[in-house]
Design a protein around this ligand. Structure first.
Ligand code: FE
Length: 342
């Protein structure tokens, strides 16, 4: 079996494949490691047949959709997944064939309604159903402690005790465990009575994951993350350094429109000399009157350099082919000691 475990923060993802045919599957790929997966695919000479998400992740950004598209591999999830981009939806007991390797899906709701575990030969990929020394939480959308109890005690823990356990998370750098070790040592699995287990799960008092809303929004719908939108905009526009802009203002070198896209109060407190004010929110509606010449060089600026990047990309979309974003915002401009006008 070809087997690679890829850690990203506390998230664990896996590349599992068949030695003979070089067919492989990616399990729970994470957005920040996309380049790494692509490198592994090339290095190992494998062909990705499926990209599997064990459940709708609420705490990180799934790379399944993007990787599935890029690698032309169907995205696999449980039948109950809300993600519209899931190409292949599995039921309990369904099997994926990956060369000579067989991955059998076990529906294990509890952490989420659409949680799956995948059994392959001597090991099981447990998603967030079973973690090393823990279990997935049940207090996030579609979580259910009763379902988790059944999934664990009536299903997953009935696998042979020597089965290797590879979870979707580990925050202590451990790579795996076994079903037997977890039954013996996992504190949560010591509550073998349903009511005691459910009571424990209902009183864990956990903080919400940092990116809960955004992660659910993008993982459920395939919508882009804020970071992705910014990265895309940044690829569509060139930038100008603070020093270069200051220099050009000093030299008074030709037609240059500095477009300040902040709100009025920020603009009034201090802006670059001669900057034209057009808030980001009014950009599309007022370009024709504020920027009558589509051939002019436009430098967009904002407070931190992010909204100005989006604004420059929008302007390029609208046909202002020389729209450029300031590399840095007004905060950096004033910290660098460049002049402001009120
Ligand atoms: Fe999860």
């Amino acid at each position: 079996m070809i087997f690679e475990q890829i850690a990203a923060g506390g998230c664990q993802s896996y590349l599992v494949g068949c030695e003979t045919t070089r067919a492989a599957v990616l399990i729970d790929p994470e957005q920040s490691r996309i380049e790494h997966y692509r490198m592994l695919v090339n290095q190992l000479g494998v062909h990705i047949r499926y990209v599997v998400d064990t459940h709708t992740h609420a705490d990180h950004f799934s790379a399944s959709r993007g990787l599935g598209k890029a690698l032309q591999a169907p995205v696999v999830m449980h039948r109950l997944s809300p993600a519209p981009f899931a190409d292949l939806r599995l039921d309990d007991g369904d099997m994926l064939i990956v060369g000579e390797l067989r991955l059998k899906a076990m529906h294990t709701p509890g952490h989420t309604r659409d949680s799956l575990c995948l059994v392959a030969e001597d090991r099981v990929f447990t998603g967030d159903t079973l973690l090393i020394g823990g279990t997935g939480r049940t207090d996030l959308p579609t979580g259910d402690p009763h379902a988790l109890y059944e999934s664990l005690f009536e299903k997953l823990l009935k696998l042979p005790p020597e089965t290797l356990v590879f979870p979707a998370h580990d925050y202590k750098g451990r790579s795996h465990s076994t079903i037997g070790i977890e039954i013996a040592d996992n504190p949560r699995l010591q509550k073998v009575e349903r009511t005691a287990f459910v009571d424990m799960m209902q009183h864990l008092d956990l903080a919400a994951p940092t990116h809960l809303t955004e992660a659910l929004r993008t993982n459920m719908s395939g919508g882009r993350t804020v970071a992705q939108m910014l990265a895309e905009a940044a690829r569509e526009v060139p930038f100008m350094s603070l020093a270069e802009l200051n220099d050009r203002i000093g030299r008074n070198s030709g037609a240059l429109v500095i477009l300040d896209v902040r709100e009025k109060d920020a603009y009034d407190k201090g802006h670059i000399a001669g900057a034209v004010h057009l808030p980001r929110g009014q950009l599309e509606l007022r370009t024709n009157s504020v920027l009558p010449d589509p051939t002019v060089k436009i430098i967009t600026c904002c407070e931190f350099g992010k909204i100005s990047t989006l604004a420059a990309a929008t302007l390029r979309d609208l046909g202002y082919m020389r729209a450029t974003a300031l590399d840095g915002g007004m905060k950096a401009w004033s910290e660098a000691g460049y002049p402001l006008e009120q």
